[in-house]
Design a binder for this molecule. Sequence first.
Ligand SMILES: Nc1nc2c([nH]c(=O)n2[C@@H]2O[C@H](COP(=O)(O)OP(=O)(O)OP(=O)(O)O)[C@@H](O)[C@H]2O)c(=O)[nH]1
Length: 137
Amino acid sequence: MNASARPLVLVAACALVDVDGRVLITRRPEGKSMAGLWEFPGGKVEPGERPADALIRELAEELGIEVKDACLAPLTFASHDYENFHLLMPLFVCRRWSGDVRPLEGQQIAWVRPVRLGDYPMPPADIPLVPILRDLL
Ligand SMILES: Nc1nc2c([nH]c(=O)n2[C@@H]2O[C@H](COP(=O)(O)OP(=O)(O)OP(=O)(O)O)[C@@H](O)[C@H]2O)c(=O)[nH]1
């Protein structure tokens, strides 16, 4: 698809960081696009929704945790041309939430030191985020 014809898709995602400084990544299940790749939890922002609210909703649905707006800080973003859409993905960081992280959608999860993120195959949009996370977290 011609780059200028690609719809812009807004996805809010999060680097959840635990007390040991490890970051949560989740594995895209079979049957989805880019199955098997590791990504940051989050999802598409619905029309009329604020990115932070979309993220809070997705973190509750996917991982069963409650995150307060004040505990989300902007970290960086990804902007990437996929074949059929352009992905714009603000990446927030969150170090405080309530509840235990549980993979509610059957997804594999991993808590990973930022220096080891490169060991996990990720979607192309996420690759430039890895050195940024290593430097900022
Ligand atoms: N949550 C999340 N999505 C990402 C990341 N990197 C990346 O390219 N994406 C893409 O952003 C979109 C997020 O959509 P989604 O999570 O709400 O929905 P989905 O996987 O069911 O969508 P899809 O099956 O239509 O691709 C997907 O196309 C996904 O591949 C990431 O780190 N986290």
